[in-house]
Design a protein around this ligand. Structure first.
Ligand code: ARG
Length: 461
């Protein structure tokens, strides 16, 4: 089959449906520049090994560099008859330098080690950009946390009123997971940084080519220690898809908070017009579409990860064509996050918080009951008893239709002998928040400390 990289033993070309199934240029062309960089490095290895003369090497590199410029400018694109990015680029090279010289480049390499190298190189570049995407959201959260220091809101567990917290504390609680995601990406880069080039189809190269030379030219730290693993492993693709899905999940959990906060029932925040949309029928609507798309895309990113793992399970070593299916989900996860993260950052950065409304809501649901119990403990009451007494106070207030802070001396004494008016001092949301002053707590000075810790972490990222 003329025009295919594997044509020699075939009498004719593939059936139309075979070709349509096999073809991958529609998605792997985005690796074209990486493929050309690989070819330039590989030409160098062939030259070093004495398989390309000085003149041939110079002519080859010049042609590859011109081709690179034409691919970058969009002047060269795959033809409908090209099978994959590797075949398309070889065709273009041969058109430029002829079959004699063009036919020399493929010595000692396979599409199997090529594609494995290209994907790693692409990922190393893209995850840096994804890390910047995530840090953009961290930055928006940090900005809001700084601007709203002192604002108190209801903290929840089980979605029920739990204890008052600083809004800044809650916002930073959404920032830390993203910082960890960025650390995960950095950590992953260390594993991605070994080049499979030189693994050949699976068994390595016999032509005296130096994989380390190619690796360093392509910006890798070194080459893989095992050529079978180098061509067959896709755990790194799955790992990348996991971190991308985790970022999606983290953005989704943040978004879920925003969705609740901007309902009229909560009324804790309002969306900026530029970061929300209306309804085609209901004139009053201002919808949190960014946040909802974040939730939706998290599902999609999880699907990509799940699909990849399902594809990889039970694949025998070494390369199998199933592995071609790794690219679209991986590329999709990256593309989705590039679109999503800046929108989430914009939405967060422009939220307007209603401090008054949050402060009013903060003591509701008897969220200061723990403060009453802690006050009793400081006075020497065993916590189990303190818990009972505070619980009794809640029951009393619930029946009387009042809040804990509304109790008077008589009522306090009626609830339990251990209680007196002194407890009222801690039954304010300011007092409650200020009292949680252990490391990592919601007291304003701890949250300020946390802000500088976050800054430090982001700086190191
Ligand atoms: N398009 C293939 C992939 O993405 C490249 C490697 C093809 N190798 C092969 N032996 N057919 O995995």
């Amino acid at each position: 089959a003329a025009g295919f990289l594997w044509g020699g033993r075939f009498s004719g070309g593939p059936a139309d449906a075979m070709f349509a199934l096999s073809k991958s240029t529609q998605f792997d062309w985005r690796l074209a520049l990486d493929d050309l960089d690989g070819s330039i490095a590989h030409a160098g290895a062939l030259h070093t090994a004495g398989l390309l003369s000085d003149d041939d090497h110079a002519a080859m590199v010049e042609a590859l560099e011109q081709l690179r410029a034409d691919v970058q400018s969009g002047a060269e694109t795959p033809a409908p008859t090209d099978e994959d990015v590797h075949g398309a680029l070889e065709r273009m090279l041969v058109e430029r330098v002829g079959p004699e010289l063009g036919g020399r480049l493929r010595a000692g390499r396979s599409r199997n080690d090529q594609i494995a190298t290209l994907v790693r190189r692409y990922l190393r570049r893209e995850i840096r950009l994804v890390a910047l995407d995530a840090l953009g959201v961290v930055d928006a959260l940090r900005g809001q946390a700084e601007a709203n220091l002192g604002v108190i809101m209801p903290g929840r567990t089980h979605m029920q009123a739990a204890q008052p917290v600083l809004l800044s504390h809650q916002l930073l609680a959404h920032a830390w997971p993203l910082v960890r995601d960025v650390e995960r990406l950095e950590n992953l880069d260390g594993r991605l940084a070994l080049s499979p080039y030189g693994s050949g189809a699976l068994a390595g190269t016999s032509l005296g080519l130096d994989p380390e030379q190619v690796a360093s030219e392509l910006g890798f730290f070194g080459s893989v220690p095992n050529s079978i693993d180098g061509t067959a492993a896709r755990d790194l693709v799955a790992e990348a898809a996991y971190v991308l899905a985790q970022i999606g999940v983290d953005l989704s959990r943040l978004s879920e908070d925003v969705i609740a906060w901007v309902t009229p029932e909560f009324g804790f925040a309002a969306l900026d017009d530029a970061w929300s949309t209306g309804s085609s029928i209901m004139p009053q609507k201002k919808n949190p579409d960014v946040a909802e798309l974040a939730r939706g895309k998290a599902g999609r990113l999880i699907g990509n990860l799940t699909g990849l793992l399902a594809t990889f399970k039970a694949l025998p070593l070494a390369y199998d064509r199933d592995l071609q299916e790794d690219k679209e989900p991986l590329f999709d996860s990256i593309d989705q996050l590039h679109v999503l993260a800046p929108a989430v950052a914009g939405m967060v950065a422009t939220l307007r918080f209603d401090a008054q409304r949050m402060a009013e809501a903060a003591p509701r649901g008897f969220s200061l009951a723990t403060d009453m119990a802690d006050w009793l403990v400081r006075r020497g009451v065993p916590f189990a008893r303190a818990h009972d007494v505070a619980g009794g106070a809640v029951r009393f207030c619930e029946a009387a239709g009042i809040g804990l802070a509304d109790l008077d001396a008589e009522q306090l004494a009626e609830i339990a002998p251990e209680l007196d008016e002194g407890v009222l001092e801690v039954l304010t949301i300011e007092g409650s928040v200020a009292s949680r002053d252990g490391r990592g707590g919601t007291a304003p000075e701890r949250v300020r400390e946390q802000l500088s810790e976050l800054e430090e972490a982001v700086h190191q990222a």
